[in-house]
Design a protein around this ligand. Structure first.
Ligand SMILES: Cc1cc2nc3c(=O)[nH]c(=O)nc-3n(C[C@H](O)[C@H](O)[C@H](O)COP(=O)(O)OP(=O)(O)OC[C@H]3O[C@@H](n4cnc5c(N)ncnc54)[C@H](O)[C@@H]3O)c2cc1C
Length: 398
C-alpha cells in the first residue's frame, strides 16, 4: 500500500457501505471487513421469514458491489478486537490488519433483556440466517400439524410476536397473509384457520414512533387481519411449548418471534470506550471517537447525533452517517477541519400487509428532525396510507 493512507471499515451494512462508496476516487486504500460475504438488507428480512422473498433477494454479495471501485478490498473475517494504541484490528483467525483510519460499523445484536428461556427458544429477526431459520420453523410446524392435528391444541400453530414496533407489525401482517390467505390453498386437510398470531407489547400502543391516528389505525387493521394485539403485557419466560407473560398468563405456543429490541454489537463493549443507551458508543459531533480522532463509528453501533439529538437506529441514519465519515476522511487528507453530522430525515414507513390493490403502508418522520426537516414540517405532506400496485407474487414458500 506504500504511503497511501489505509482505511479499515468493520461491517458491510448500510453504514460501512456508505463510507466505502464515499471514498471512491479518494486517494486511500480501503479494506472492508465483514463476517459474511454479503450485505444484508435488514428491512426486508420479515419477507424472507414469511416466504415472500428468497434469501438471495436480501443478501447482496459485497465483492460484486465494489466490482468497479478499485480502491476497495473485501476481507471476509470476524473482528475480535482493536489494538487502539497500535492502530491494529485483531481477527478471529489470529491475523491483524493495520490502519490509519478505522471506521466501526458493526451494527447491533438482539437484546433479550435477560428474559429466561429467550436465548434458547426465541426466534430473533436480525440476520439473514435468523430469517431463514424462522421461515423453516413456520413451515415445519405446519407440516407437523398436517401429519398430527392434535399438535394444534398443544400450540404448534400459535405464533407469539414480542414487540409491536415496525418489525413486529410488518411480521404480523405478513404472517396473517401467509396463514389465512396462502397456506389454506395448499393444506387441504389442515384446519389452517386455527393458526393464531399473538402480538405482545409492553407499551400501550403499536408503532410507537408514528402519529396517534396511524397507531390506532394500525392496531385496528392488524386485528381485522386476525392478529391478537396484547398491549401493556410483557413476556416473563419462554419455553419450547409455552410463553409466560408477566401477568402470569401462560400461552401455549411453540414459536416466539423476538422483535423487541437490540443492543450494540459486543465490539462496543470490548473497546472500553464510553457507551450510551443500548451500549452505543458515544461520539463527537463529527462521528469520531473522543480522544481517538482516527477512529469513527457509523450506524447502529454509535450514538449518532444531529443538532444534539440522538437519532434512532435506522438504515437511512446508518447510510448517511457512513457517507458523512467518508467525506470527513477526505477532508482530513486535505487538511480541512471536521464537520458535524447533519441528518436529512426522509421519513419512515411500515407495511401492514397486502391490500387488494397493493401493500398497505403507514408513513411517519423521525423525532430528530433537522432544520431542513423543520421547513418540511411547516408544510407537511399528509402522511397516511400509501397503496402500491401491483401486489407482488407470492410463490416462494417451497
Ligand atoms: C428486521 C429489521 C427491520 C428493519 N427495518 C428497517 C426499516 O424498514 N427502515 C430502516 O430505516 N431501518 C430498518 N431497520 C434498521 C436498519 O436495518 C439498521 O439501522 C441498519 O441496518 C444499521 O446499519 P449498520 O451498518 O449500522 O449495521 P448492520 O446493517 O447491522 O451491519 C453490520 C455489519 O457488521 C458485520 N459485523 C458485525 N460484527 C462483526 C464482526 N465482529 N466482524 C466482522 N463483521 C461484523 C455484520 O455481519 C453486518 O454485515 C431494520 C432492522 C431490522 C433488524
Amino acid at each position: 500500500m506504500g504511503n497511501t493512507p489505509h482505511v479499515a471499515i468493520v461491517g458491510a451494512g448500510f453504514g460501512g457501505l456508505g463510507v466505502a462508496e464515499q471514498l471512491d476516487h479518494v486517494p486511500v486504500e480501503v479494506t472492508l471487513i465483514d463476517q459474511h460475504n454479503y450485505h444484508t438488507f435488514q428491512p426486508l428480512l420479515y419477507q424472507v421469514a414469511t416466504s415472500l422473498l428468497n434469501a438471495e433477494d436480501v443478501g447482496a454479495p459485497v465483492r460484486s458491489l465494489f466490482r468497479h471501485q478499485d480502491n476497495v478490498t473485501f476481507r471476509m473475517a470476524t473482528v475480535t478486537g482493536v489494538d487502539m494504541p497500535g492502530h491494529k484490528i485483531q481477527l478471529k483467525d489470529g491475523t491483524q490488519i493495520s490502519y490509519d483510519y478505522l471506521v466501526l460499523a458493526g451494527g447491533t445484536t438482539v437484546n433479550y433483556f435477560n428474559t429466561p428461556g429467550a436465548a434458547e427458544h426465541a426466534f430473533p429477526l436480525y440476520t439473514l440466517m435468523n430469517a431463514v431459520k424462522l421461515r423453516n420453523r413456520i413451515l415445519e410446524r405446519f407440516e407437523a400439524t398436517d401429519r398430527d392435528p392434535a399438535l394444534i391444541d398443544d400450540g404448534a400453530l400459535n405464533f407469539v410476536i414480542v414487540g409491536a414496533g415496525p418489525t413486529g407489525v410488518e411480521t404480523a401482517g405478513a404472517l396473517s397473509d401467509l396463514f389465512y390467505n396462502l397456506l389454506p390453498r395448499d393444506y387441504h386437510q389442515l384446519a389452517t384457520e386455527k393458526a393464531r398470531i399473538i402480538m405482545v407489547e409492553m407499551g400501550k400502543e403499536v408503532l410507537a414512533p408514528f402519529k396517534d391516528n396511524l397507531r390506532a389505525y394500525a392496531k385496528e387493521e392488524l386485528e381485522r387481519r386476525r392478529v391478537e394485539v396484547r398491549l401493556g403485557e410483557a413476556v416473563a419466560e419462554v419455553g419450547s411449548t409455552f410463553v409466560r407473560l408477566k401477568s402470569g398468563e401462560e400461552i401455549k405456543a411453540h414459536t416466539l418471534i423476538w422483535a423487541a429490541g437490540v443492543r450494540a454489537n459486543p465490539l462496543a463493549d470490548m473497546l472500553g470506550l464510553p457507551q450510551g443507551r443500548g451500549g452505543r458508543i458515544k461520539l463527537n459531533p463529527d462521528l469520531s471517537v473522543p480522544d481517538h480522532p482516527e477512529i469513527f463509528v457509523v450506524g447502529d453501533l454509535g450514538e449518532v447525533t444531529s443538532d444534539g439529538k440522538v437519532l434512532p437506529q435506522l438504515g437511512s441514519v446508518a447510510m448517511q452517517s457512513g457517507e458523512h465519515v467518508g467525506r470527513q476522511i477526505a477532508r482530513r487528507l486535505h487538511g480541512e477541519p471536521g464537520q458535524p453530522f447533519r441528518y436529512w430525515d426522509k421519513g419512515f414507513m411500515a407495511t401492514i400487509g397486502p391490500w387488494p390493490t397493493g401493500l398497505l403502508c403507514l408513513a411517519g418522520r423521525s423525532p430528530g428532525a433537522t432544520e431542513r426537516n423543520a421547513e418540511q414540517d411547516r408544510n407537511p405532506v399528509e402522511l397516511g396510507l400509501v397503496r402500491f400496485n401491483p401486489r407482488p407474487s407470492r410463490q416462494n414458500y417451497y
